[in-house]
Structures are given as structure tokens and as C-alpha cells.
Design a binder for this molecule. Structure first.
Ligand code: ASP
Length: 583
């Protein structure tokens, strides 16, 4: 090694030792007579010192030539500092430098490489390799690394085998759009990048691997949001000879292990389970944040038939109770109304009822409802004096979705979504199929390989929308962390499923012939799950954005602004592929 120690290592115990450090120049302070340099590496910062009278002239000259982010090697003696810095672990000492070598100079960096940087997002992404020098960013990737190692260790101990699956595969209708890659050797044909290794892990079960996992890149060509990236990482797992409880139990174990190992958080009792229908009824979401209550209350019975047209015509009148918010001002209530009217939420309006401390009620619909009426609402909603009821109405599904947004907004506004509190929840019994308005047919809610519940099979022909699946999600703090299902392992049922998804026999054979064939050769009952690893890291790190936990992320237009990708390819490459671009 070029160094004897790292920049985070030396303490008072090492005083008088001769050491050599290597690192980047963080800061230079020169008073003329005395000079200090903060030297940084990934382990910390150590102060180097120079003295006009005692340092060698050549050393001083080199020191004075240094700029920010120069890479240097410094040799000297560890001495006790005159003025100590309690904020850093090396703050008791400094190095009296006797030898200084510039290993590489640096241009002035485009932003300050410190916790409080002056660099905006775009600039930091363009120079991501410099951004990664910052503590805050590096620590996130270190957390990610520790988590990946803990997961590998846990699963290996449970006899899971890590198997890599191909990245150049075939386009399959898994839900999102595929990224496609032209094949030079097979002109006119394309590979697709996997949206997940789903069919491969199922084939591995047919092969008898029994317990598989992989920390693997998946690719989906979707419009991006803060928590989406075109390429992202899954902890992908599959098991044979299991039922739903086995899978949930095993991965609850993995989740607990991770929380204990990485965050020192342990959970009492089993993770709660809630079926999809109940989650929608109580929270209007298949990923409810159960860190706080504010559950939905259906008010049809007490709010309808009193002459208020909007409610009378609504399929659902839905309320939530915001504890202690009766004092909300006109301005605050207007802001809430504006919130629900935003296009992203889409409500036409909002009704409020203030449960005043004196026992009276004040609402935005006082014209239609007596004090007695409003009291009945409050009782139904469990609202007490001092609370505020917020009410939306309309068609059931839409109103629930809108109320979900309002509930989460209120939860945030009232500080009920504490980043340091973790509330896991298994959501189970998802519908098998989902009606798609655009294509006017059913789609698999999870994916086409998910098994229907045995007892619901009879409804496949008559009421397909009511068939429930052996599918489950792990939700933590309102974030979908993982999802999976018990799979179909019977060729006949798989065929039936494809039929219900609108595939002809020929289409099913062309797309998934390999899987159907495999099911002819002794496919074991199997099921699995995949965790969104980037999201899990963000959750552990207390952040909403997965990009912070990805070393080289893409921006919201799917661009890597550092390497400038995607980019045009030259015409020779296109020729080799037998391709030309439409003008
Ligand atoms: N492959 C599925 C997904 O990516 C997860 C699973 O069913 O195991 O959502």
C-alpha cells in the first residue's frame, strides 16, 4: 500500500508515530506562518500541518501548490493538536508533514464536495463520480452494500442457491413495456431485457433447485417517477413444495433479520395480514400506511337523503377523522380542498365538519344538515370534540383512491408518518385479474403465472373479476417492498389462464411454449416473491427516492447525463444490424 493508515484511523494513541496517508485535499488554510490541510478518504478526514519555520521549503512549496481535490501522499509524525476538534474522530491529532507528494492534481471541481454542497441535482449527476465522494452519498451505498451482504448470508443459511439468469431474453407480456435489443446474428429479430427473471426461476424449480435467489437487475420501459428507474434491482426468490404461509413465513424471517442486523429494530409478534378487499375498504390502497389510523368511515347511512344532491347521488360518502384539527383555519381548509382538486387526485370538492370544543358542529354543508345530523356523522366516525371530519363522495373506487391521497396528505401534515417507525403488513388475496379500460380486456393483476384460489376457480367463467389469487405483497410504511405468488404448476390451468387473458392457443405457445413444455415434465408446486431492493434501501435510509441508493442512476427522462446515454449509434452499427431509422 502507498499508505500506512487511512484518513479516519489515527488517534491520540498514535502520537509520535511516523505515518503515511493518501487522500484528497478537502480544504487548505494558510495563515502564512502556519498551514493546515484537511485530507479526506472514504474513512474520514485527518488534518495535516505545516510550519513556515520548521517545515522544509520544498514541502511547503508543494503544500502551497495544492488545490481542492488534489490527490496527495503525505508522510509525517502524529502530534497532539493544539486546538482540538471534537466533531471528528481524528480531531485530537494532526500530522506534522515531512514529505509531501502530489499523486495527481485536480481541476477545480464543479461543486463543493462537502455535506452541504452548492451543486444542484443536474450538476451532481453529470459529475456523479465526484458526488459519490460526499459522505452522505457514499454512506447510502455503504448501507446498500451491508444490506445485500446480510440478505445473501441469510438466504444462503436457509439453503437458497444463487443462480444467475440471462439478461438477453425474449419479449414477454409481464405488464410493462420491454426494452428490446436487436440481434446482429439474427437479422430482424430482437432480444428483450427481462422485466424480472420470473419464468427462469420457475424453470429452476422444475429443475429441482428447490430454493433459488438472485439479487438481479430488472428492466421496465415505463414513464419514470421519483421511485422508479428503468433498471432496478430485485431480490428475486422462489421455493418448491410450499404454500403461501411458507413463503410469507420465510420472507418475514428475512425481513426481520435485515431490520435487526442493519437497523437494530425488532418487531413483536407476526406481521399483520390484511386481505386486498379490506385494505381497499379501510384505506383505499393496496399498500396502506398503517403507521397511523385515520381509517375510512362510510357515511352513506347518515349523510344521504337529507337533500344534499351531491351526496344523494353518490355511490359512496366517505369520511376520515383528523384528530385535534377542529381549529383548522379557512386557509388550511381551502388548501385541503385545493389538494383534493388537483388533477393527480381529481376530486370535485371536499366537505368538512368541525367538531367544536363546545360540542357544536360547523360544516361546509350547514345548509343541508342540522346539528343532530352532523352529530350522527361524528358518532359514526368516532370523532370527538376538537376533531375535524373530511368527507369525499362519488363512485366507490374513485372516492377510495382520492381519500387515500387525502389521508396520506393529512398523515404527513400532522407528522404521523415517522421515518423511524416501521410498520410491516402483508396484503394478501389480491384479485387474479384486473379489467383494463383501454384494451377492454382482463389483465393479470400480478402476472400470468399466478395461481387462482382453488375455491374461486368456479367463477373464472362467470365472474372473472371476483376470482382471488394466491398473491401477496409485503408493504412497509405504505411502500410496496415485495410481491409474489404461488404459481400455477399445472399445464391445463396455465393454458386456461392464458385463454382468460385473451391469448389464442397459438399465441400462448409462441410466447410461453417453453414453460408449458416444462410443465409436462414433473413441475413441483412452487411459489416465490421478489423484493424491490432499491426501495428497501431507501426505506432503511429514511428517504423517498430510490435514486439516492443507486450508484449511477438515470434522471426522470431515463437519461444517464454522465455518460450521455441513450445516444445515437453510428450508421455502420445500424448497417450491421440490418436496421435503419425512420426519419
Ligand atoms: N416476478 C414478480 C415481479 O417482478 C415477482 C414474483 O412473482 O416473484 O413482480
Amino acid at each position: 500500500m502507498l499508505r500506512t493508515h487511512t484518513c479516519g484511523e489515527l488517534r491520540i494513541e498514535q502520537v509520535n508515530q511516523t505515518v503515511t496517508l493518501c487522500g484528497w485535499v478537502q480544504k487548505v488554510r494558510d495563515t502564512g506562518g502556519l498551514m493546515w490541510i484537511d485530507l479526506r478518504d472514504r474513512y474520514g478526514i485527518t488534518q495535516l500541518s505545516f510550519e513556515e519555520n520548521s517545515s522544509e521549503a520544498s514541502v511547503l512549496e508543494t503544500a502551497r501548490s495544492l488545490g481542492r481535490e488534489f490527490v496527495v501522499k503525505a508522510t509525517g509524525t502524529v502530534v497532539e493538536r493544539f486546538s482540538k476538534n471534537d466533531k471528528i474522530p481524528t480531531g485530537q491529532i494532526e500530522i506534522k508533514v515531512t514529505d509531501l507528494e502530489v499523486l495527481n492534481p485536480s481541476e477545480i471541481p464543479p461543486f463543493i464536495i462537502e455535506d452541504n454542497t452548492d451543486g444542484g441535482e443536474d450538476l451532481r449527476m453529470k459529475y456523479r463520480y465526484l458526488d459519490l465522494r460526499r459522505n452522505e452519498v457514499r454512506e447510502k451505498l455503504q448501507l446498500r452494500s451491508r444490506m445485500a451482504i446480510a440478505i445473501r448470508n441469510y438466504l444462503a443459511e436457509q439453503e437458497f442457491i444463487e443462480v444467475e439468469t440471462p439478461v438477453l431474453i425474449k419479449s414477454t407480456p409481464e405488464g410493462a413495456r420491454d426494452f428490446v435489443v436487436p440481434s446482429r446474428m439474427n437479422p430482424g429479430e430482437f432480444y428483450a431485457l427481462p422485466q424480472s427473471p420470473q419464468t427462469f426461476k420457475q424453470l429452476l424449480m422444475v429443475s429441482g433447485f428447490d430454493r433459488y435467489f438472485q439479487i438481479v437487475k430488472c428492466f421496465r420501459d415505463e414513464d419514470l417517477r421519483a421511485d422508479r428507474q428503468p433498471e432496478f434491482t430485485q431480490i428475486d426468490c422462489e421455493m418448491s413444495f410450499v404454500n403461501q404461509d411458507d413463503v410469507l413465513g420465510n420472507f418475514e424471517g428475512m425481513t426481520r433479520h435485515l431490520f435487526e442486523k442493519i437497523k437494530g429494530v425488532s418487531f413483536e409478534g407476526d406481521f399483520p395480514r390484511m386481505d386486498y378487499a379490506e385494505a381497499m375498504r379501510r384505506y383505499g390502497s393496496d399498500k396502506p400506511d398503517i403507521r397511523f389510523g385515520m381509517e375510512f368511515v362510510e357515511l352513506n347511512e347518515v349523510a344521504q337523503n337529507k337533500g344534499f344532491n351531491v351526496f344523494d347521488q353518490a355511490e359512496l360518502v366517505l369520511g376520515i377523522c383528523a384528530k385535534g384539527c377542529a381549529e383548522y383555519t379557512r386557509k388550511q381548509l381551502d388548501a385541503l380542498t385545493n389538494f383534493v382538486k388537483r388533477p393527480q387526485v381529481g376530486a370535485k370538492g371536499m366537505v368538512y365538519v368541525k367538531c367544536n370544543p363546545d360540542g357544536s358542529f360547523k360544516s361546509s354543508v350547514d345548509k343541508f344538515y342540522s346539528q343532530e345530523d352532523l352529530k350522527a356523522w361524528a358518532e359514526k366516525a368516532g370523532a370527538e370534540a376538537g376533531d375535524l371530519l373530511l368527507v369525499l363522495s362519488g363512485n366507490t373506487d374513485t372516492t377510495r383512491k382520492q381519500m387515500n391521497e387525502l389521508r396520506l396528505h393529512m398523515g404527513t401534515e400532522l407528522g404521523l408518518r415517522d421515518k423511524d417507525v416501521f410498520k410491516p403488513l402483508w396484503v394478501v388475496d389480491f384479485p387474479l385479474l384486473e379489467w383494463d379500460e383501454e384494451t377492454e380486456r382482463y389483465h393479470a393483476m400480478h402476472h400470468p403465472f399466478t395461481s387462482p384460489k382453488q375455491e374461486d376457480m368456479v367463477k373464472l367463467d362467470t365472474a372473472p373479476g371476483e376470482v382471488r389469487a394466491n398473491a401477496y405483497d409485503l408493504v412497509i410504511n405504505g411502500v410496496e417492498i415485495g410481491g409474489g405468488s404461488i404459481r400455477i404448476h399445472d399445464k391445463g390451468i396455465q393454458k386456461l389462464m392464458f385463454k382468460h387473458l385473451g391469448f389464442t392457443d397459438e399465441e400462448a405457445k409462441a410466447q410461453f411454449g417453453f414453460l408449458m413444455d416444462a410443465f409436462e415434465y414433473g413441475a413441483p408446486p412452487h411459489g416465490g416473491i421478489a423484493f424491490g431492493f432499491d426501495r428497501l434501501c431507501a426505506l432503511f435510509g429514511g428517504s423517498d427516492s430510490i435514486r439516492d441508493y443507486i450508484a449511477f442512476p438515470k434522471n426522470t427522462s431515463g437519461r444517464d447525463v454522465m455518460i450521455d446515454s441513450p445516444a445515437a449509434v453510428d450508421s455502420k452499427q445500424l448497417d450491421e444490424l440490418g436496421m435503419s431509422l425512420k426519419a
